[in-house]
Design a protein around this ligand. Structure first.
Ligand SMILES: Nc1ncnc2c1ncn2[C@@H]1O[C@H](COP(=O)(O)OP(=O)(O)OP(=O)(O)O)[C@@H](O)[C@H]1O
Ligand SMILES: [Mg+2]
Length: 350
């Protein structure tokens, strides 16, 4: 039924990664959020290196073109930041009203934030607003100001005005929670395997316990395949995506890389089994997402090393998809890559 009064309240989730730019649009005006657009475009090599935007003009142009090709208006855009110039930490402080906390958070934060406080952007959320203890739990987010400034300037160049700058790990959590509500029980790890970096998020009863970056991404495999086996970038990418006719030849190489990541995850979650005499990990399950999640053999390598059930996660597991929204999009293949942008778009920007 057509409603002339239905307000279009769409949120555009924009994920600017070092390997690809991803966009997902979710309409929040109906009873349930609904995906209306989805798209991605690979980013030229070295335009973003180690989180730093080396070629802002090129990145801005790529964002603008992608949105235009998708027919998406650059309004209500939510994007995010992450990496080592940002920290998220659960702290405790004297219980007070949020307005008062806002006044003193800078002084509280000083002891936890390893950056120059002069150039830090802070935000926080009281985790137990209805608690009655003398202390309250607060989730503190601190980002180097230049990290935010750089992102906002880039978006301005792309004619995009962000309404919210979110945090990568929050967006991942958000998409994951929406699509896998059952995973909010027990202890789970959500691993985003990107182009340059992978991130492990450990959740306990749905609450983030730890976030850690591992210096592994599909790019490392691509570089190895190029350097050591003389493949072109395209050939290497075919192997990584599992559609090369020389797949068997390089299976060992992929397994090696996957094991490197598995060891990284194992180290990140080792604290979970500390004090556990049986020496067994209490990790219930591992979910993989990001463009690298489907590297052939990766899920098996992680499952074997951690001895934990491991599956590739999709942001479309439960999310409603509008008819035709994915007509031109190979959902099956690219779903894991869209976890973060969907998490951003699920935020109903005011
Ligand atoms: N079908 C596919 N099409 C394109 N890329 C794919 C595909 N399958 C796997 N990939 C890999 O996924 C990578 C991009 O993944 P993703 O978008 O998660 O990374 P990113 O967010 O750009 O990187 P980072 O988070 O490290 O900055 C590509 O570089 C490519 O190697
Ligand atoms: Mg990424």
């Amino acid at each position: 039924m057509v409603s002339f009064f239905r307000r279009n309240k769409s949120t555009v989730g924009l994920d600017i990664g070092s390997g690809a730019i991803k966009v997902a649009v979710v309409d929040h005006s109906g009873p349930q959020p609904e995906l209306t657009h989805v798209g991605h475009v690979p980013l030229a090599a070295d335009a973003i290196v180690e989180g730093e935007i080396m070629d802002p003009q090129l990145v801005a142009d790529t964002v603008r073109t992608l949105l235009k090709d998708m027919g998406v208006e650059p309004k209500r855009v939510v994007t995010s930041v992450g990496g080592r110039d940002l920290i998220v930490k659960k702290i405790q402080m004297d219980r007070m009203k949020p307005e008062e906390a806002r006044e003193v958070i800078r002084w509280e934060a000083e002891q936890y934030v390893p950056f120059d406080m002069e150039n830090v952007q802070l935000d926080f959320q009281v985790l137990d607003p209805f608690g009655d203890g003398l202390q309250m739990d607060v989730l503190l987010v601190a980002a180097k100001r230049e990290l935010i400034d750089q992102k906002v300037a880039l978006l301005r160049d792309a004619n995009v005005s962000p309404s919210v700058v979110d945090v990568d790990s929050f967006a991942l959590h958000n998409a994951f929670e929406y699509n896998y509500p059952e995973a909010m029980q027990g202890t789970m790890a959500l691993v985003n395997v990107g182009h340059e970096v992978s991130t492990v998020n450990v959740l306990q009863e749905g609450v983030p316990l730890l976030t850690r970056d591992i210096a592994f991404g599909s790019r490392h495999l691509r570089e190895d395949l190029r350097r050591m086996h003389g493949l072109t970038a395209e050939q290497a990418e075919e192997v990584i995506q599992g559609r090369s006719d020389r797949q068997r030849e390089f299976a060992g190489k992929l397994t090696e890389g996957s094991e490197e990541l598995a060891v990284g995850i194992e180290r990140a979650v080792a604290f979970l089994s500390m004090g556990n005499t049986a020496g067994r990990s209490t990790l219930g399950r591992v979910y993989l997402c990001g463009g690298g999640a489907r590297i052939p053999g990766l899920a098996e390598a992680v499952a074997d090393r951690l001895r934990t059930r491991t599956e590739v996660a999709s942001p479309f597991e439960r999310l409603q998809i509008r008819a035709g929204a994915t007509a031109l999009f190979p959902v099956e293949e690219l779903a894991p890559m869209m976890m973060l942008p969907v998490g951003l778009a699920l935020r109903s920007a005011a």
